[in-house]
Write a protein that binds this ligand. Structure first.
Ligand code: GLP
Length: 267
């Protein structure tokens, strides 16, 4: 794992978008794992802008989202399908047949979850998985004590998670569905590359625990420490409680792989 610290949330999101663009340039039919949440909004805005400006063609991607609420139809404005369609799929011209989200409306959720895993496998696996970080330290909706080997399945949401995501539900955490279908921690770890974006002071404490603390099923993001190719891109506010700050700053300033990015004042 590498932690990369950028001055602001905008810089951090732009760097994530730039990394996605670089991967798509080498692999135009990239299989991209998508995340939702406010943190990801500027990433999709940047990607859409790059596509429209003709800098990259994102219309040939195949996408698999991390998660979806149980019981929200795809047309519901609060569903993750709708979030993705508005912010990313439609603006870059991705046909519905290339985009996948877990089916939270399936009569048999367990069977649909197994089928989701099969679809990922049939696409050749996920090349690059994007992640945000939940307030409980979850990735996807892998709430505390999710098995670190788990696969896509239905999961009950914690109260904290429902409070964190209440904004889209009129601020009422009781209106947030109690369950979701999410890729498992094992599913996420199978991606060939992972990039997690974490911004804002509210995530500083959980980011330090997730990246520098011991690996534990209580905090599913700690499993990323096992991943061979994982970058955690953060802003200064989120980095505030990290112990290894000096080394992380050194990585971005000195490591050759970051050279093309650090020369750019926008990043
Ligand atoms: C939800 C999603 C996570 C996401 C998290 C962070 O819980 N299931 O995948 O990382 O929200 O959301 P935000 O970016 O709005 O803080």
């Amino acid at each position: 794992m590498e932690i990369i610290i950028r001055p602001t949330a905008e810089h951090a999101a732009r760097l994530v978008a730039r990394l996605v663009v670089a991967r798509v340039r080498t692999t135009p039919r990239l299989v991209l794992g998508c995340a939702t949440g406010r943190t990801m909004d500027p990433v999709y805005a940047e990607l859409t802008a790059a596509h429209r400006a003709g800098e990259v063609d994102l219309s040939r991607l195949t996408t698999f989202n991390l998660d979806e609420y149980v019981g929200l139809p795809p047309e519901d404005p609060r569903s993750y399908r709708r979030y993705m369609r508005e912010r990313f799929f439609e603006p870059v011209g991705l046909p519905a047949s290339s985009t996948h989200l877990p089916d939270g409306m399936a009569p048999d959720l367990a069977a649909a979850a197994r089928q989701y895993e099969q679809r990922i496998a049939a696409a050749g696996g996920i090349d690059l998985q994007l992640l945000g970080l939940g307030v409980t330290g979850h990735i996807g909706f892998n709430e505390p004590l999710s098995s670190l080997m788990s696969r896509t399945r239905e999961k009950a949401l914690t109260l904290e998670t429902r409070q964190q995501n209440a904004e889209l539900f009129g601020g009422d955490s009781k209106a947030v569905p109690k369950r979701a279908v999410t890729m498992g921690v094992g599913t996420i770890l199978d991606a060939r590359e992972v990039i997690m974006l974490v911004t804002g002071g509210a995530k500083a404490a959980v980011l330090a625990v997730a990246t520098e603390g011991p690996i534990t099923a209580r905090i599913s993001a700690t499993a990323l420490q096992l991943h061979p190719r994982c970058a955690v891109i953060v802003d200064e506010a989120a980095a505030a409680e990290l112990e290894g700050l000096e080394y992380y700053r050194f990585l971005y300033a000195e490591e050759p792989e970051w050279a093309p990015y650090r020369a750019d004042p926008d990043l």
